[in-house]
Design a protein around this ligand. Structure first.
Ligand code: SAM
Length: 466
């Protein structure tokens, strides 16, 4: 999930590659061909002596015109933004859309409704460019609510939708400053006013603009939310990438506390809206922030957390996704070949993190995954037991790949603990985590759960190690 074949970086780590379904995965945009078709693009294209056509990516007018022709030529979308507004790069933004498509189609988190309705997304901070709704609707037929708070973003996002009558029924632009007054929201605001944490001014409560809570209406449900957050704490920090000019005003790029604060607010809102979304997602601009946000999502009680790295030219970006819905099918439908024992090492741990902390964190992970577990603190081990229902479903999918017709045959096969996790101190700062399969009929779920545990513990403890 989250990228095609991997390249290696100089330091040996895997670099992400363009998503295999990205329309530019096989071939980058052909500037010469686009210049011959679109006279307004031609002045921005120069051809080297070797015959290579390129544009000056430090020229805002050139990058905006490139985005305009790519959206028109490859997506049939009419599009424009005023000078200086953030100009999206179409191939990069498409990778995020395809990652969400992967999350939805993996069935990791089952659809909340059984109907075959159109996929419905919520784009937090859609911007004047409204890029994610336009891409999601034109590529995949998804419908969107796109929210924003600035007049220019709301005005231009609406213009971009209205310029595309073929998509306009699929996209609603919503002002996040005009929060809907759901009963739950009113209750929360009322309490905040009583506790003097919010100031009513002329009958209007002034606070930070809402992100999801109060903007999502009562009884609305979405398959996902997505967000390219304001990454920076100050416009100075935003700086300028001398190699490209993609515009971006302070309102678009900056918020108090930067992306960490913004995404933390999404995580807080997600707790109140846990049943309104299958997946909550956000882009993250800095790996250090991703490492801080993953534990926050776990602490919020998410049942599943996923991360990915996006290919994004010279700049690395990450995707963070989480859900509060029980991951029945992720656990159930695993074709991973099963080994009876698996293990991984945690190297370079800080002195205060030993086997006990890792054991506790593993316990939290199993609780969040709705798995029954029994911890033995003196042996540093946890026995995980599946409920009858979980075991039955896991076996059905592992053995037969289908849930039809086999329930009675399989029901009695699983009793007692299914697998055991043990933590061993190897030397100061190094722990070995071993998983042992106790019931071989559950090898698929053992394998997939152990892989997730590995990701979670590495993310949590190896980030703390630095
Ligand atoms: C980095 S821009 C992203 C624009 C566009 N989605 C893109 O990917 O190019 C962040 C956007 O978030 C908006 N924003 C800031 N606070 C917000 C809030 N509380 N609710 C919704 N949008 C907000 C900004 O106005 C800005 O348009």
């Amino acid at each position: 999930m989250g990228g095609g074949r991997k390249r290696r970086r100089r330091d040996g780590s895997e670099a992400p590659s363009i998503h295999p379904r990205n329309r530019y995965a096989a071939a980058a945009p052909d500037f010469a061909m686009l210049a011959s078709l679109y006279p307004s693009f031609a002045p921005f294209v120069s051809v080297s002596r070797g015959g290579r056509a390129s544009i000056d990516f430090t020229d805002f007018a050139a990058t905006r015109e490139l985005t305009r022709v790519l959206l028109l030529h490859d997506h049939g979308v009419n599009w424009w933004i005023p000078d200086g507004q953030l100009c999206p790069t179409v191939p990069n933004r498409s990778n995020y859309i395809h990652w969400i498509e992967d999350l939805l189609s993996s069935d990791l988190i089952p659809p909340t409704s059984s109907s075959n309705r159109t996929v419905r997304g919520f784009d937090i901070g859609t911007g004047a460019n409204c890029i994610y709704p336009l891409l999601g609707a034109s590529l995949l037929g998804w419908s969107f609510v796109g929210s924003d708070v600035t007049d220019v973003a709301l005005e231009w996002a609406k213009k971009n939708v209205e310029s595309n009558p073929q998509l306009s029924d699929l996209i609603e632009i919503r002002n996040a400053n005009k929060m809907s007054c759901s009963s739950e929201f009113e209750a929360v605001v009322g309490q905040a006013v009583r506790e003097n944490t919010l100031e009513p001014v002329d009958g209007v409560v002034r606070s930070k603009p809402s992100i999801l809570f109060g903007v999502v209406k009562d009884n609305e449900s979405f398959d996902f939310c997505m967000c390219n957050p304001p990454f920076f704490e100050s416009i100075e920090e935003a700086g300028l990438n001398p190699k490209t000019s993609c515009g971006g005003t302070a309102e678009e790029m900056v918020c108090p506390g930067g992306e960490q604060a913004f995404i933390t607010r999404i995580i807080e809102d997600s707790v109140s809206l846990k049943n309104s979304f299958r997946w909550f997602t956000s882009m993250v601009g800095r790996k250090a922030n991703l490492k801080l946000l993953v534990p926050k999502v776990h602490e919020a009680g998410a049942s599943v957390v996923k991360t990915t790295e996006f290919v994004q030219g010279q700049t690395a970006r990450w995707g963070l996704a989480w859900s509060f819905i029980a991951p029945s099918k992720m656990i159930i439908r695993s074709n991973t070949p099963g080994k009876a024992n698996r293990s991984f090492m945690l190297h370079g741990l800080r002195r205060e993190y030993g086997a006990f902390q890792v054991l506790k964190s593993a316990e939290t992970f199993f609780h969040a995954s709705n798995l029954l577990c029994k911890t033995n603190s003196s042996l540093f081990s946890i026995d995980i037991t599946l409920s009858d229902e979980q075991a039955q479903a896991a076996m059905l999918h592992d053995e037969y790949g289908s849930v039809e017709g086999n329930s009675t045959k399989l029901h009695s096969g699983v009793t007692g603990a299914s697998f055991r996790i043990s933590v061993f101190e190897q030397m100061p700062g190094t722990l070995l985590v071993r998983g042992s399969l106790l019931n071989k009929e559950l090898s698929g779920i053992f394998s997939s759960t152990f892989s997730q545990l590995e990701d979670t513990l590495k993310m949590e403890f190896l980030s703390k190690a630095r």
